[in-house]
Design a protein around this ligand. Structure first.
Ligand SMILES: Nc1nc2c(ncn2[C@@H]2O[C@H](COP(=O)(O)OP(=O)(O)O)[C@@H](O)[C@H]2O)c(=O)[nH]1
Ligand SMILES: [Mg+2]
Length: 342
């Protein structure tokens, strides 16, 4: 089965949760991220509904860094604002290659409003992957619109090459049952079978583990493929050893570092000085760290620096790493850009 992880993003009150609830026939929630599931056209789809507040760009960056595609909700009854601009830069920095732009609230907007939001965002999409996304007018009360949306979502590409890579499982929560811990999260690469052995990472969480059982939607399965949302039962580990951000990876397939060399393509729109001693936020999957830079060198908009992180993080060559400066006021753009670590 091909499994896609799709994040639903957009400004505050843009109709994300409303759209998700129609696609999935379940009510969305207000806090944190929530996960919804449906099957269509031979694909398993997980939608990640995101909170709309302005406080925390690191959460949206995390969600994007684990996603295969994005639904970008833009309400036709409102204009473009700083939050929309920031999300465009985030989608670009997270290297999201495919998705749909959903023009929402068309029932309470005029044809002129709809045209206005399309043309003002088209300018901002130029040079980003969003430029190639289908733009769809969402009439939330039309069954036809929802059916078309499901069909379009199921036609998004599944990257076959992901399943042949070393496995990587991103824990986002854990609980205890029958004396075992169940880690819940996404398998974003590889295949995972029961009895497989892996490494819980990064330090200080590091330890070997083996997979006791695997569940997908409460059903026991023998193995799972990349893109699935799973629960993995593990013996001898407590739930508090598996907080969000911990990962379970194939041995010898990753790095676990606290310092190193970083390079980044800094967004043209990011105007703050970057120098020795600058502190930035590094996001890789659910891992969020604060790094301090030294030996900074800028060549145009390309950053070279050494860094020291507040805590270890793990990654491999396929992970999408995003740099932010989360404490800036939003009008200043808090996204620095995408990064590569060596
Ligand atoms: N008229 C109309 N209202 C909508 C539509 N989508 C969402 N809303 C309303 O807009 C508000 C915000 O929607 P919500 O889905 O919670 O937005 P979110 O913050 O992006 O998740 C709610 O009161 C919804 O009922 C729509 O297509 N048409
Ligand atoms: Mg919502």
């Amino acid at each position: 089965m091909e499994s896609l992880i799709i994040s639903v993003i957009g400004p505050y009150k843009s109709g994300k949760s409303t759209l998700v609830s129609k696609l999935q026939q379940k009510k969305g929630t207000e806090e944190d991220v929530s996960f919804f599931f449906f099957k269509y056209g031979g694909k398993d789809i997980t939608l990640i509904d995101t909170p709309g507040d302005l406080d925390n760009p690191t959460l949206i960056a995390s969600v994007l860094s684990v996603s295969d595609a994005v639904l970008f909700c833009l309400p036709a009854d409102a204009g473009v604002n700083a939050q929309v601009g920031e999300m465009i830069v985030l989608v670009d920095s997270a290297k999201i290659k495919q998705g749909l732009v959903c023009i929402t609230k068309t029932d309470i907007s005029t044809a002129q409003d709809i045209q206005r939001i399309k043309s003002s965002t088209a300018v901002l999409f130029k040079g980003t992957p969003l430029e190639k996304f289908d733009v769809i007018d969402i009439d939330i009360n039309s069954e036809q619109t929802i059916a078309d949306m499901r069909a379009k979502i199921s036609r998004l590409d599944y990257d076959q090459s992901k399943s042949s890579r070393p496995f990587k499982f991103l824990v986002d929560n854990a609980f205890e049952t029958k004396g075992m811990s169940v880690a819940v999260g996404f398998l974003t690469a590889g295949e995972l079978s029961i009895h497989a052995t892996g490494i819980i990472c990064p330090a200080p969480f590091t330890r070997e583990m083996s997979v006791n059982s695997i569940q997908i939607n409460q059903e026991e399965v023998q193995s799972a493929n990349a893109g699935s949302r799973l629960g993995i039962a593990i013996k001898g580990v407590w739930p508090w050893d598996l907080p969000r951000g911990v990962e379970i990876r194939q041995p010898d397939s990753f790095k676990d570092v606290k310092s190193g060399h970083i390079e980044a393509d800094v967004s043209q729109l990011y105007k703050q000085p970057i120098m020795d001693g600058s502190k930035l936020n590094l996001v890789c999957n659910w891992q969020v760290r604060t790094i301090t830079l030294k030996n900074v060198k800028m060549e145009g908009k390309h950053l070279f620096a050494d860094f020291e992180s507040d805590n270890n993080f793990c990654f491999d060559g396929d992970d999408r790493i995003i740099l932010l400066n989360k404490d800036l006021p939003i009008r200043m753009l808090r996204v620095v850009g995408r990064a590569v670590i060596s």
